[in-house]
Structures are given as C-alpha cells and as structure tokens.
Write a protein that binds this ligand. Structure first.
Ligand code: AHG
Ligand code: MN
Ligand code: MN
Length: 314
C-alpha cells in the first residue's frame, strides 16, 4: 500500500470509532457494526444477481433464492452469530424467529431488501433495520434503541442513529465504513416531495395537499425505493416523503415495523418528524407484523402542513 492510503486513513473516522466517541454502549455498537458489515455480503449477492441479468450463468446450476430471501438468510445468520439478538422479525418471514438463547437484550426487525423490484432497473435499493429492547410489540418510542439503513447505489452508504443524532458513513475502497456526515440536521422546510400512491386513489385532503406542494414549486423526487427516497430527503436536508391512505387501502402500503419505525427514528433524530397524518409513527402501538400505516415523513413544515390539510378535509 502506498503512502497515500495511510495518509488517507489517518483522517478517516470509522464507524466503530464514531460510535465509541458518540457514547453508544458497547453491545449496541457491536451489533450495529455487525449489521453494517452484513451490508457488504448483501451487496455481493446483488452483484451476483446482476451478473445473471448480464447473461452469466450460475456455474453450480443450483436453484437460486430470490434476492429478498437471500438477503434475509444472510442477515438472519449474521445476527445469530453476533450473539446479541434474541428475536428476528423480518418482512420475509411469517413469524418472529427466535435466534438467540433467550437472554440476549436486542430484538431486530428487518426489511432485508427494500425496493427489490427495482434491481433490474439499476436504481438504488436498500436494507432497513430497527433495533428494539424488551419487545417489538410496543410503541416504537418505548422499544426502539437504534435504527439504520444501507443504500446500495453508486456507493454503499449506511445511515444510523442510536438516539444520539443521525450519521452517515460511506463504504470506502478498503471496505471500511468511514464517516461522511455527522449529526445530519434537516432544515425546518425543504423543497422536494416524494409522493407514493396513485393520485386518483388518494383522499381529497391528500390531493389538495399535493396541489399545494406543486403550486409552491416543490420538485418531484420519487424513485419507488423507500430507502433512496428517504435518503434524498435526509441528505438534501429536507422535504417530504409520503405514502398516504388510499381509498381501497386506508392503512396505506408501507409496513410499520419493517419500514416506517426505523425511518421515523432516524428522521426524528435528524430534527424532522414522521406521522400517519395525525399521530407520530413512533407513538403507534405495534399489534402485528403485517401492520401498515400511512406516512408523512420529513421536514417539520411539510409534515405539519400535510396534517392541517388532512384535518381540514376528513
Ligand atoms: P419492498 O421492495 O420491500 O416490498 O418495498 C417496496 C416499497 C418501497 O420501497 C417503496 O417506497 C414503495 O414500495 C413503492 O410503492 P409504489 O410502487 O406503489 O410506488
Ligand atoms: Mn420495503
Ligand atoms: Mn423488502
């Protein structure tokens, strides 16, 4: 290795060091680290699948799991080896899986691969993780101790919060997660909007809200991947992502445990807010794994504006 690289690493703050300096407790640090490292293995799987798209055959001729299920297997195994996790709840599993011995303090939720239908388009996709103590069947505000997401895009990035701010890391060429932005803070008001759902299926209040945003000159930013769409709001320091109640699905599309709670935790720690249109996402009681909720998440101004449109048009 040349001198350049050692000079470079001298100035890098890696994930473990940043978590230690931020005062994240040791077991939680190790768990977050383990999950971040797992992102590398999931990314390798994504690349393998992209090679298939490019016409490369699986040389062993074995049946391939779908990418979602492979990512789920990888995560579950890595969490089990970590020794810190009692139960694993995943969008890819029908029931909560006991992976520990019953004494571990953490309960992990996962959307192992979010936006997997975008893989063939070469858009960014992601992994979303929630970390809880005691139980996941609670209000996020009471049970969550940390959340993170990984983006698989032109770069692999990892954003986490352990309740001490929201921080972004980039996987460098040496395979280390290095700090890129610490204590990310959203502005009170942003300039982008990311609206899920077909407009014709939305409620009147939501339609009026979208018309308001457009009249105010908000720019449309919707990829169809929750992770990159939220990441855009975070990294651009504001704006709104919404997947509203629809006439035929009043609870919306996105899942409370696997998608909404972790993102709400991260965005709140960055000074933003996340509601279902009336109540904070983190105040909603989790009753079952499949539970969904409408969501308005991002800068304070846009989320509160949505709430006022919805309450004026019930
Ligand atoms: P998943 O791939 O985990 O099933 O999640 C897909 C989600 C999310 O990534 C995105 O925000 C939303 O579905 C997009 O839905 P539409 O296709 O209805 O826009
Ligand atoms: Mn998802
Ligand atoms: Mn998924």
């Amino acid at each position: 290795m040349g001198e350049g690289i050692s000079d470079y690493t001298k100035f890098c703050v890696d994930l473990r060091r940043q978590m230690w300096m931020a005062g994240v407790e040791e077991e939680l640090r190790r768990l977050i680290w383990q999950i971040a490292v797992t992102g590398k293995y999931i990314s390798a799987k994504i690349h393998e699948s992209n090679r298939k798209l490019a016409g490369f055959k699986n040389i062993y001729g074995e049946d391939q799991l779908s990418l979602d299920r492979s990512a789920d297997e990888i995560l579950k195994n890595q969490l089990q080896y970590s020794g810190f996790v009692r139960e694993y709840a995943s969008e890819e599993q029908d029931v909560v899986v006991l992976i520990g011995k019953g004494r571990e303090q953490y309960f992990v939720t996962a959307d192992p691969l979010d936006g997997s239908s975008l893989v063939d388009t070469n858009l960014a996709i992601g992994t979303i993780i929630g970390i809880h103590k005691e139980s996941i069947f609670a209000r996020g505000r009471d049970s969550m101790v940390a959340a993170l997401y990984i983006t698989y895009g032109p770069l692999i990035t990892m954003v986490y919060s352990a309740g001490k701010g929201t921080h972004e890391f980039v996987l460098n060429r040496e395979g280390e997660y290095v700090l890129s932005q610490e204590h990310i803070t959203l502005n009170e008001k942003g300039s982008i909007y990311s609206p899920g759902g077909l407009r014709k299926d939305c409620t009147e209040g939501h339609q009026k809200y979208l018309e308001y945003l457009e009249a105010e000159g908000y720019k449309l930013r919707y990829s169809g991947g929750f992770v990159p769409d939220i990441n855009q709001v975070l990294i651009k320091r504001g704006g709104i992502f919404t997947y509203p109640a629809l006439k035929k699905s009043p609870r919306g599309k996105l899942r409370l445990l696997f998608e909404l709670q972790p993102m709400a935790f991260i965005i709140e720690q960055a000074g933003g807010i996340a509601t279902d249109g009336a109540d904070a996402i983190l105040s909603l009681q989790v009753e079952d794994l499949e539970q969904r909720s409408p969501v308005y998440i991002g800068s304070r101004f846009e989320v509160e504006k949505a709430m006022s449109f919805l309450s004026a048009n019930p």
